[in-house]
Design a protein around this ligand. Structure first.
Ligand SMILES: Cc1ncc(COP(=O)(O)O)c(C=O)c1O
Length: 384
């Protein structure tokens, strides 16, 4: 049995997505900018995807820009907002647990003289709104806080943050919703969010395609200059197969949404409870209530290295992660777990299980059986 539990890194595309993408490659391969029928057909596919995605966010169609993924959307939002508002101030507020596609952009902005404040988090990775209050001042031009943390699953208090910025047009609020899109409903226009990043491959869509919601009252400069596609925000011939596949993935995810999400949460809870009941010396690093996204649980198995466990489970065709996909190949310790104040032993023994709607209780029984045996074996070897 193959059990894929690394869905925060990427997901298996829906069959319908694969078909949509293949159809674009085989038949609908025109350039949306071309004036002939083939161009118009391709343009229609892009338009249809934009309609589905904007509806899922209760946004207007012209508020959605297609990009090459979450990383580009985050870069465009933060660099663009900083550039657009630099005449009003230099303070940027973000958190210490953001994805590198935010943290490293902020570091680059610090080099250029911006004053970036990184909010601390509690032991489950959640920011404290009181600290936010301390940092927020007249010099603030940008707030960028993720909706769901990719390593711990923690949901940040986005609505509370949005209250600070409401009606202040000199502050932009950006949300990295890459991990929450398709798992937790979020309507940026109603919430007071100006910019919101999403990515297709986290919700059973293709890799290399994403979106940026840009509120209709917000103007930021583009990252790329060229043929002025995407309403001049993002030049370059549209990735039609990717965009059409993204639209299909969103259409499926948002149909019967609540039931899909409840199923994922139930399967995750079954796994978490099973681990707590059968394996000793574990620490559940994620919140175990509604403050955690339905699909992620981070757990430390004390006395072992997460990486060793990962490879042992791989032999049983079970796929997990030690941290985020982007940081787990680097040997440095997770900046997220460090920010949450975990001890070295807790960080070393931490693994992330991230689920999707394809996972079942039967699979979790298989995982529990192998997990128990693997943890026991590794601990035994370590004691020798
Ligand atoms: C929270 C978060 N932001 C941004 C990204 C980057 O998205 P992409 O892989 O589409 O560039 C990821 C991917 O892991 C993520 O988890």
């Amino acid at each position: 049995m193959l059990v894929y539990l690394d869905n925060s890194a990427t997901t298996q595309p829906y069959k319908e997505v694969t078909h949509t993408v293949a159809e674009c490659f085989e038949e609908n391969y025109g350039n949306p900018s071309s004036l002939h029928r083939m161009g118009i057909k391709a343009e229609k596919a892009v338009k249809a995807a934009r309609k589905i995605i904007s509806a899922s966010l209760r946004a207007e169609e012209n508020e959605i820009i297609f990009t090459s993924g979450g990383t580009e959307s985050n870069n465009m939002a933060v660099l663009g907002a900083a550039d657009a508002l630099k005449r009003y101030g230099h303070r940027i507020i973000t958190s210490s647990v953001e994805h590198p596609a935010i943290i490293n952009v902020c570091k680059a902005l610090e080099e250029k003289g911006f004053d970036v404040r990184y909010l601390n988090v509690d032991d489950k990775g959640r920011i404290d709104i009181n600290e936010f209050n301390e940092y927020y001042n007249d010099n603030t031009i940008l707030i960028s806080v993720m909706h769901v943390n990719n390593e711990m699953g923690t949901i940040q208090p986005i609505e509370e943050i949005a209250r600070y910025k409401k009606k202040n047009e000199k502050v932009f609020f950006h949300v990295d919703a890459v991990q929450s899109y398709g798992k937790i409903e979020i309507f940026p226009g109603n919430t007071g969010i100006d910019l919101l990043s999403v990515s297709a491959h986290k919700l059973h869509g293709p890799k290399g395609v994403g979106g940026l919601y840009i509120n209709r009252n917000v103007n930021i400069p583009p990252l790329l200059f060229g043929g002025q596609q995407e309403n001049m925000f993002r030049s370059g011939t549209e990735n039609v197969p990717g965009i059409a596949g993204f639209g299909k993935a969103v259409e499926i995810t948002f149909s019967d949404f609540q039931n899909r999400i409840e199923r994922i949460r139930k399967v995750k809870e079954y796994l978490t409870e099973g681990i707590k009941d059968t394996i000793k010396d574990v620490r559940i690093n994620s919140y175990e209530d509604q403050r955690c996204a339905p699909h992620i649980v981070n757990i430390s198995f004390l006395g072992i290295r997460g990486e060793v466990l990962l490879h042992m489970l791989e032999q049983a065709d079970i796929y997990i992660s030690t941290g985020s996909a982007c940081s787990s190949k680097k040997r440095s310790k997770s900046h997220v777990l460090k920010a949450a104040g975990l001890s070295d032993a807790e960080i070393d023994g931490a693994v992330r299980f991230s689920l999707s709607e394809f996972n079942t209780i039967e699979e979790m029984e298989y995982v529990l059986e192998h997990l128990k045996a693997s943890v026991y074996r590794i601990r035994k070897i370590m004691r020798k």
